[in-house]
Ligand binder design. Structure first.
Ligand code: UDP
Length: 468
């Protein structure tokens, strides 16, 4: 008899591909065969960063399907990408499953897909293949999305996801509507609803709102639902949706090696540079895969880092600034010399584990949040969009392991604010102590017998039992 064979489908963005890859590697370690499906565009980048399309065990192969966009089109325009995915992906995935089944003795026995790409689960259900859905972000974000009908019933939003009072009278109902779902979940403002803050265009907001509602169905229809979070971080969220099994943080449960699903080549020289720095001295600065700065903010950040007079490691992606390539303030590179290191992409997991790291200036993407927490690193929070404000609230208001930056005129975080918050954090022993305590709780949950480890064992059982 052949092996259980799982087709894995992430939403095509870096922060989704990495956790799905983490889970896939975990399953491959248990002897389960994995066909990991990226869009062609991302597939090329992952292959470029990894060098081949099968991992060392031979159990994990990388496959691809088109996303429906042309070569030069901007995949960061989420509305456009989403519409295209809805149009072409179902057909493409169906064809791919038929092709794999025709050529492989081990037929696809299960589809594991990102809830953010619920259409993959619909395809599997249509073909009679069992489904596992993974939510790669916080439980709280999932609960918020699932609460859309409640928000509509309470008149907070209309059927199109908009503030109904603002539309009718120009007076925003949402203005004073900070709310929380329970005392242990973050305080949020409705303008932080995903579909409203990812893109400013009303037409895109509607596309995202509908997409999100469609994806919500996956929580009901999938045979099993998993979440890359844990009971220790979000007890309330898991209580509210008991069907969801905690299995995170995946990054703490797995050491990825060089097949991590990265879209960019990691610069390993930063690890040697970190080795030369005193313990607990380095500010690590990274904003994930999407965040884009304007030139003014970019320069202000550079000057703020310089002003701290502390060593820093700064991830400056090639596409970190709008329009033209980023420009450092005049003389900045010479002045900071070896005291500052800029790389275009870092091995972030290894960086955050390094003893020289003092704190993490982060955009608070969920993966970065989990990676910082699993390593006991305190945060300075610089959220931009999507779920990042909720994660900031978790970090600063609920877990209390970080501080928020205050924005000044035109939303800019100034160099003095950067210096001042770095100093405030450096002098705060309570935050550091809490960060270490939280790390211990999180490490325990993925360790043998911990809550998320039990979740993992259940998953493994699901894939095997499903097969036999
Ligand atoms: N990352 C990395 N190297 C970098 C910057 C980021 O490997 O230099 C990884 C990071 O470890 C995380 C992912 O990219 O796993 C970013 O995901 P996150 O959810 O934090 O942010 P997003 O990119 O989705 O905004």
């Amino acid at each position: 008899m052949g092996k259980p064979h799982v087709l894995v489908v992430p939403y095509p963005a870096q922060g989704h591909v990495i956790p799905l890859m983490e889970l896939s590697r975990h399953l491959a370690k248990q002897g389960i065969k994995i066909s990991f499906v990226n869009t062609e565009f991302n597939h090329k980048r992952v292959i470029h960063a990894f060098g081949k399309n099968v991992d060392d065990s031979g159990l994990l192969q990388l496959l691809s399907v088109p996303d429906g966009l042309e070569d030069g089109e901007d995949r960061n325009q989420i509305g456009k990408l989403t519409e295209s995915l809805c149009q072409v992906m179902p057909r493409q995935l169906k064809d791919l499953i038929h092709m794999v089944n025709a050529s492989d003795d081990d037929k696809i026995s299960c589809v594991l897909a990102d809830i953010n790409l619920g259409l993959a689960l619909d395809v599997a259900a249509e073909l009679g293949i069992p489904t596992v859905a993974l939510w790669p972000a916080s439980m709280f974000q999932l609960v918020l999305n699932l609460s859309i009908p409640k928000h509509i019933a309470e008149g907070l939003i209309d059927e199109n996801g908009k503030d109904p009072v603002l539309l009718l009278s120009g007076t925003p109902l949402m203005k004073d509507k900070m709310f929380r779902l329970s005392p242990t979940t973050p305080c949020i403002h409705p303008t932080n609803f995903l579909w409203l803050n990812i893109d400013a265009f009303p037409s895109t907001q509607k596309i995202l709102f509908d997409f999100l509602r469609r994806n919500n169905r996956a929580v009901e229809t999938a045979d099993w639902v998993l979440c890359n979070s844990c009971l220790e971080l979000e007890p309330e969220g898991f209580n509210l949706v008991p069907k969801v099994l905690p299995i995170g943080p995946l990054s703490a449960a797995n050491r990825l090696g060089n097949l991590s699903g990265n879209f960019w080549l990691e610069d390993p020289t930063c690890m040697q540079w970190l080795d030369q720095q005193p313990p607990g001295s380095v500010i690590y600065v990274a904003f994930g895969s999407f965040t884009v700065f304007d030139q003014i903010q970019f320069q202000e950040l550079a000057l703020g880092l310089e002003l701290t007079n502390r060593p820093f490691l700064w991830v400056v992606r090639e596409d970190i600034t709008k329009g033209r390539r980023h420009v450092y303030p005049q003389g900045f590179v010479e002045r900071v010399g070896n005291g500052g290191k800029m790389v275009s992409w870092a091995p972030q997991g290894a960086v955050l584990e390094h003893p020289s790291i003092a704190c993490f200036i982060s955009h608070c993407g969920w993966n970065s949040t989990l990676e910082g927490i699993s390593n006991g690193v305190p945060f300075l929070c610089w959220p931009y969009f999507a779920d990042q404000f909720l994660n900031e609230s978790y970090i600063c208001d609920i877990w209390k392991v970080g501080l928020k930056f205050e924005r000044g005129e035109r939303g800019i975080i100034g160099k003095e604010e950067i210096k001042s918050k770095v100093e405030q954090l450096a002098g705060d022993d309570n935050i550091r102590t809490r960060a270490v305590e939280l790390k211990q709780r999180v490490i325990k949950t993925v360790g043998e017998g911990g809550n998320s480890d039990k979740g993992h064992l259940d998953v493994w059982g699901v894939f095997i039992s499903n097969y036999f």
